[in-house]
Write a protein that binds this ligand. Sequence first.
Ligand code: CMC
Length: 432
Amino acid sequence: MATTASLKIDDKDYPLPVMVGTEGEKAIDTRALRAATGYIAYDQGYGNTGSCESQITYLDGDNGILRHRGIPIEQLAHYSDFVETAYLVIYGELPNQTQRKEFGLRLRKNAAVEMQMQKILEGFPTNASPMAMLSAMVAALPAYHPELATNDFQKDLKNFDLAAAMAISKIRTIVAMIYRYQKGLPFVFPKQELPFCDNFLHMMFSEPYQDYQPVPEVSKALNLLLLLHADHEQNCSTSTTRMVGSSAANLFTSMSAGICALSGPLHGGANVAVMQMLQSIHDEGDDGTRFIAAAKSGSKSNRLMGFGHAVYKNFDPRARIIGDACDTVLAKLGIDDPLLRIAKNLEQAALKDDYFVSRKLYPNVDFYSGIIMRAVGIPMNMFTTMFAIGRAPGYIANWKEVASNPKGRIYRPRQIYVGATKRDYVPIALRG
Ligand code: CMC
């Protein structure tokens, strides 16, 4: 394999080093390009730019491969649960029994959210976006735990285990609090003895004098949903977390920025958009034909939500797992969801349609995740916050890589300026 690439500008050759990852991914190292040639590499949206070296997740979009720390997502979905996968993503290895116990204990002990922080939540209008509330609450965490969030990598890394557990556990609690606040219900305190997902369901759905009774199928479905979101390489929100972290911002602040990035409908917000689309197909009594026809117009506002992916160009392995799980979960819970039938019809129709086939547009994880969340009882406006709970381990692992890299630099892309060239200031009276 080549070890050097060569760039020819006019008649001068510039050698550029070649990098190769452990799975054979190749890159041309352009870090010295500008200094050597005066040129920068242009890559709008960074689609062809490796912004970092990472040991966390391997993703091969052409072949539908996703592995965390080397372990295929299919195996994790089958054998693991969210908490164990979170440990793997963050620490690089599957935990042994002691490590698993200690990690679980840290999560349990750090689940509660400070009483004063509840007042922040209560300052929001009840109809505010749950993602706006979640990002604000996570951004507020450093104020309540300044010892874990000093904005000094060395100090923050010393307290990393505690901060990481706090982030995972509290984000879950905050999501449940947002749900109850919007419904006008009193907050429910976490119970230390409950497993992660059951504790979440308890904080969401317990009633006065009647605690939520765990249903194994529901806990399993929720575990799977969160696990499938645990990390996803350099996606928009994870890259945002890394970018903010690269300024030496603490873990919570960096994660809050990631959560903001996640909220957009082309990223984490897609799961809401999918359900809205399925619901409106259902309400209109359509079989999806009109939606497919509109999606082919090329307009961004008419896209078939839950279809297509920036990197998967064959299939999204998470979509396969979650699509299969939908049938099992709904059957076990005795739910017959007409939206699942619409989703399946839509998928079949699109997969036969040349527009989608030729553009390599396949269902992504969000196409079916909403159906599982609906079955579990999560309202649609909370879907993206569920994605955030699931993605927390990925944000944490990526922040840690940034913080632990002694050679790390602040993220600072360049641009090609295409605005006005130099011109003089004109006083307001003379501006016509
Ligand atoms: N429906 C209809 N046409 C589409 C769609 C879609 N969902 N997605 C892409 N296209 C078309 C697009 O119009 C373009 O057509 P043409 O070549 O004629 O101009 C072609 O396919 C390539 O599109 P692109 O915008 O270059 O694709 P991208 O890789 O930049 O965008 C995407 C990826 C996920 C933003 C996009 O596919 C999309 O908007 N999908 C719907 C939203 C969605 O489901 N997002 C969730 C992503 S998975 C969760 C996550 O990991 O964040």
